[in-house]
Design a protein around this ligand. Structure first.
Ligand code: PBG
Length: 372
């Protein structure tokens, strides 16, 4: 035991026998009846052997502070209506929003992300930027109820378009194009209307070119320079948005979103997209979806060092909910492991439909921030 500090007077015969006895007892307790067979220099399992060790050695933690809860506010429901493909996720009427926000804030969740579902849709998404649109009324109501809750708004047109695309469509027979600059114009109007209703952060999720800069300019010109932009900077064209489109009633009526959302095979393109949004003034970034894109999340966080969120999307929620319902996966452990994965991959914030459930689990004093 070279280098181990010795206590003064530790070498009297009685002391020596005492410590020998203690040492043997301790070895018996720790190693059971089996003395070590090898003198291994490193035994990494030591730090995994008890919950105390594991707590001290844990490298990744998550907290309720990092959660963002998406809410769907619909002009078409009264009270609450559960989304079939997303158990325990509801479309809310405007009058149900205040109660929901109180319960979210009471759980300690700092932020919500608002999606609006209008009664009327058209080909110019007029309800997306109407001063008295459903999203604008919901934003106002949330800020009245709990001003400290950060309101992030999804800035997109798909929920408001009769055809379900995220932009203005120029359709000639079978052929159609999504018009970029005309769409950006409407996105800027939408973002402004959200800011005017009290939004803290606007989050454009459309994937049109140039929208961050145009929205930044529009906000600044109208005196909303304090409103932040959280860009869905790396948003891929994903099958995992399926259940969301049930919740938001926003599935495209024809074609798909491949000309604006990114090809899942392209990590370098994702980095270029993010770089453009950062240049144009994005304050926060989103990588979306989460689980199949952890490599992108890691690279985005490493390269840009901005506050970065991951969107744990509806399909990721639905598949685990379904497996849990069948008894094939343990929901709580699986969710916590998933969240740990997002944090490990660099997420500062997690947008998740489990935010409320997680906040409740974390409230338990035995909650250990690990999958066990
Ligand atoms: C677009 C938008 C979508 C999601 C968030 N914003 C759907 C889409 O792009 O088709 C998906 C979120 C989820 O799947 O949970 N308004």
């Amino acid at each position: 035991m070279a280098g181990t500090p010795t206590r003064p007077h530790a070498d009297t015969p009685t002391r020596r026998y005492e410590s020998l006895l203690l040492f043997s007892l301790r070895s018996l307790c720790l190693c059971g009846e089996f003395p070590s067979m090898y003198h291994l220099t490193h035994r990494p399992r030591r730090l995994r052997s008890t919950e105390g060790y594991r707590r001290l050695a844990r490298e990744t933690r998550f907290a309720v502070d990092q959660l963002i809860y998406p809410i769907f506010v619909s002009e078409k429901v009264s009270g609450r209506s559960e989304v079939i493909s997303m158990p325990e996720v509801y479309q809310l009427s405007l009058s149900a929003v205040a109660d929901e926000v109180k319960s979210i804030a009471d759980l300690g969740i700092p932020a919500v992300m608002v999606f609006g579902i209008p009664a009327q849709k058209d080909t110019v998404a007029s309800q997306a930027y109407a001063g008295n649109g459903i999203a604008q009324k919901a934003i106002y109501s949330i800020k009245q109820t709990r001003p400290e809750t950060i309101v992030i708004t999804d800035v997109c047109l798909c929920e408001y378009m009769s055809h379900g695309h995220c932009g203005i469509v120029d359709k000639q027979g079978e052929h159609y194009r999504i018009l970029n600059d005309e769409t950006v114009e409407l996105l800027a109007k939408t973002a402004l209307s959200h800011a005017a209703a009290g939004a803290d952060i606007v989050a454009p999720s459309d994937m049109m070119d140039g929208r961050i800069g145009i929205i930044r300019n529009a906000l600044d010109a109208q005196g909303f320079s304090n409103v932040a932009i959280m860009s869905y900077a790396a948003k891929f064209c994903s099958a995992f948005y399926g259940p969301f489109r049930d919740a938001a009633e926003s599935a495209p009526q024809f074609g798909d979103r491949r000309t604006y959302q990114m090809d899942p095979a392209n990590p370098l393109e994702a980095l270029r997209e993010v770089a453009l949004d950062v240049e144009q003034g994005a304050d926060l970034l989103i990588v979306k979806p989460g689980l199949p894109y952890l490599d992108i999340l890691w690279r985005v966080k490493e390269r840009f060092e901005l506050p970065t969120a991951v969107y744990n999307v509806s399909g990721e929620y639905a598949m685990l909910k379904a497996a849990a319902k069948l008894g094939w996966l343990e929901e709580k452990r699986s969710v916590i492991e998933m969240m740990t994965g997002f944090r490990r991959a660099g997420a500062d914030m997690i947008i998740t439909y489990w935010a409320k459930a997680l906040a409740k689990w974390m409230d338990d004093p035995n909650f250990r921030n690990s999958c066990l």
